[in-house]
Design a protein around this ligand. Structure first.
Ligand SMILES: [Fe+2]
Ligand SMILES: [Fe+2]
Length: 236
């Protein structure tokens, strides 16, 4: 059968949909309801996942320069890596404000998270506005570029299995702004597999498989049977 064409940049872009789901569909309702204990757990999950995503953008010294440096390299500095690295510093400071506010109870969580959410959503939009037009102009094949500049940095950062599990669980539960749960999951997992080596996919494909409901996995592999080409993935 003919599989859908993979969108390699979705390994970065679709994680924005995960982060939007976290902000609007998980954390905001918990903050609004004053359920601070559940908020604290979800907040920790979110912070660990976005740290990996940010490492894939900013790079990890000696292990991949990150997506912004990749775009600067190909387009004569047009992505402005330093601007986004500075936004990450500001965002991280606001993350710490939210973490500190958890000790202050529901009103302080609501206030700190409200400020953080506005900043974080604007940051996602800013990145998309600047980077997506450049990503579209990257030379083909794109998979080796994203593997060596972004995936390698994310794995070197640590917590990559959590990053995959968190993202797949979110997409397979909520979908994305423009896609169903099975559609959004398929796009992300297909991109992830394409940037992985077979040994990497044996690990992260299994993590992805375990993070989504069986019916979503069945819908995903019905469209992309090559996702189960690895026996390790199919067996888990
Ligand atoms: Fe970012
Ligand atoms: Fe991002």
């Amino acid at each position: 059968m003919i599989e859908p064409e993979v969108s390699v940049p979705a390994v970065m872009r679709n994680y924005h949909e995960v982060l939007r789901n976290d902000l609007s569909k998980v954390l905001a309702p918990l903050a609004a309801a004053g359920e601070v204990d559940d908020f604290a757990i979800a907040w920790q999950d979110y912070c660990e996942a976005i740290a990996v995503h940010a490492a894939m953008e900013d790079g990890v010294k000696g292990s991949g320069g990150g997506s912004t440096a990749m775009l600067d390299h190909h387009f004569d500095g047009a992505a402005g890596a330093a601007v986004f690295a500075a936004e990450h510093v500001a965002e991280h400071a606001m993350q710490q404000d939210v973490s500190a506010a958890i000790r202050g109870g529901p009103p302080s969580v609501r206030q700190a998270f409200g400020s953080y959410r506005a900043f974080a959503e604007a940051h996602l939009k800013h990145e998309e506005d600047v980077m997506m037009p450049l990503v579209a102009r990257l030379p083909n094949p794109k998979a080796p570029l994203f593997a060596s500049w972004c995936l390698s940095a994310g794995i070197a950062h640590g917590g990559f299995e959590h990053f995959v599990a968190h993202g797949v669980k979110s997409l397979s539960t909520f979908g994305s702004t423009k896609n169903t749960p099975s559609g959004a999951t398929r796009v992300f997992v297909h991109a992830l597999k394409t940037v992985c080596t077979p040994p990497q996919w044996a690990i992260y494909g299994s993590v992805a498989r375990r993070a989504m409901p069986l019916e979503v996995w069945q819908a995903v592999v019905a469209e992309v049977p090559s996702l189960v080409a690895s026996g390790d993935v199919a067996a888990n």
